[in-house]
Design a protein around this ligand. Sequence first.
Ligand code: NAI
Ligand code: MG
Length: 391
Amino acid sequence: MKTIVTMPGDGIGRIVLPEAIRVLEKTGFKADYIHGDIGWDCWCKEGNAFPEETVKLLEKHRIGLFGAITSKPKDKAQAELRVELQDKGHVYYSPIVTMRQHFNLDICIRPCIAFPGNPLNFIRKDKVGFVEPEVNVVIFRQNTECLYCGVEWTNPPDKAMEGLCVHPKMKAFKDVAREDLAISCRIFTREACRRIITAAFEHAKKFGYKSVSVCEKPNVIRETSGMMLSEAKKIAKEYPGITVWDVNIDAMMMWLTKNPEDYGVIVAGNMFGDIVSDGFAGLVGGLGFACSANIGKDCAVFEPTHGSAPKYEKLDPPIVNPIAMILSACMMLDYLEETKKAERIRKAIAEVVKEGKVRTYDMLRLKGGPDVFKHGAVNTREMTDAIIEKL
Ligand code: NAI
Ligand code: MG
């Protein structure tokens, strides 16, 4: 039997994760769940948001379900740290970024597939009236490199400056006062590019998508974006029938509301993948529906893309939508080759959404708060119950 490390984290992560497990259990999926601490409380108590015990659990079991964490700016992080730990050199790092890098979870998959009947689906005005384009996009985001690699300085040291000044374009900055200079490096490696592109093409082939769009900006960011595009063109040769499109990220953000139905699989580096996946998520229901997978060579973690929504964490009964978390659990089932169970859950969600009788506050476009029930919203558990009912 599989052992799954459950990391609810903070805020609504603790609310939605148990809901996903309820659904998993109802499908007959058998697993042991073992709890791992992560997030803000761990930081405040131990000075480490991703405790060693949780790292060890993941090292052992290699599969995780993650809720959400809270993170706060530097000064707040220091202020909330336990008094005995203050001034001991603890620095807050995002445990998710650390997890992705430590376990080399380099492939991030973010499906943005509309459920028919979702009142949050994007609607476009056409000559004939209003139409609802069929959005069915899967974004493959490189998850460990790019601007997130952490190689950055304000007030860069001499040696870094010396190295950078080898480049003629650096002349423009050489007279800027060092403390007024901030530099973040955008690093791509060929191997990581090839892995994310191959994953994207494999997915396109398996699920019959006709195109893979490389969403970068190679005309300006010639080296990194250029590497992603040129590798994609090479790899495409192994996938006849699937076209490579070169779509600049800025143009993509415009096209996505003009013709989102024309896109299939999208591949991008870390930063642009983050942006384009939020853009598409907005067309298919937003944070209550946005699921994701972080997959490495021998370890994978599944999580909704929303955060801990602290303003709702104390509401009882809870109001937030559990669907993003439940869809993330479906991605875990896919990964474990339990695709039939995953499909059953997705079908149950589709039925609930289409019927339209059971909707959380976000689906009704209500302002979140304790009175959403008066306006017809169901609570988190009732949404899960409705999905389970359809199973
Ligand atoms: P957030 O995603 O937590 O919430 C933004 C808003 O989206 C909420 O106020 C709520 O209106 C809505 N929302 C989020 N999840 C929802 C759900 N399941 N159902 C219905 N509505 C939902 O982002 P925010 O407010 O920017 O950040 C709050 C905290 O979460 C911060 O500390 C931030 O650092 C952290 N965060 C963590 C992430 C993660 O764990 N992966 C991702 C994004 C933010
Ligand atoms: Mg994001």
